[in-house]
Design a protein around this ligand. Structure first.
Ligand SMILES: *[C@@H]1O[C@H](CO)[C@@H](O)[C@H](O)[C@H]1NC(C)=O
Ligand SMILES: *[C@@H]1O[C@H](CO)[C@@H](O)[C@H](O)[C@H]1NC(C)=O
Length: 181
């Protein structure tokens, strides 16, 4: 359980960093799968992330998202670079709902304060409308259990206006048994 929690934290960091950022997001995605799901469309750039609920108006337009390496690797640093445009200024009270599924298990459903989370990338609220460019490096610990993780992050203003829906899938392979240990 402790390991699972740690994983959650990792993902949260990953997601909140990205989602909460001016709302960039992350989560690796199979582009083919993404394209096949209604309302989802891939984000330009090299990442497994897609926009979800794309039939609904969203304050953030994610112009580009690049993660390196893609797909992410355990026991390595991951660099996330996002470029997006906000149609409105984001003020205190904005929040993001994060859901993480691990295989068939619902690992996490939690709400985060966007204005708190973005401090990790040295930003503060209000986040002015216009273009934002964010880069963040996070370490992915070796303890992350192998498997497939699906993340959904939906961000809203304090008045419940839709900021963004971002989703991604990342799969950490099981290490080769012979060489893994
Ligand atoms: C990640 O980057 C930090 C700072 O550059 C470094 O100290 C750390 O060793 C790196 N972690 C891995 C797993 O490479
Ligand atoms: C945030 O600011 C601190 C102190 O100025 C700096 O050391 C750090 O590298 C900055 N972090 C980012 C992600 O820009």
């Amino acid at each position: 359980m402790a390991e699972v929690n740690r994983y959650c934290l990792l993902f949260l960091l990953f997601v909140s960093t990205i989602v909460a950022l001016p709302f960039n997001v992350i989560s690796p995605f199979l582009k083919e799968v993404a394209a096949a799901l209604p309302g989802e469309k891939p984000v330009p750039g090299d990442s497994p992330v897609s926009i979800c609920d794309s039939d609904q108006a969203q304050i953030l337009s994610l112009t580009s998202l690049v993660i390196s390496p893609n797909p992410p690797v355990r026991n390595a640093n991951l660099t996330i670079s996002a470029l997006g445009v906000l149609d409105k200024t984001i003020e205190d009270g904005a929040y993001v709902e994060v859901d993480v599924r691990y295989g068939y298990i619902k690992l996490l459903h939690q709400i985060f304060d966007i204005c708190e989370e973005i401090q990790q990338v040295n930003m503060t609220c209000p986040i002015e409308k216009g273009e934002h460019d964010i880069t963040k490096e996070v370490e992915i610990p070796n303890e992350v259990p192998p498997g497939k993780y699906v993340v959904y992050a939906r961000a809203y203003t304090k008045d419940d206006e839709f900021i963004a829906c971002i989703t991604g899938t990342v799969e950490f392979p099981i290490q080769n048994g012979i060489f893994g240990f």
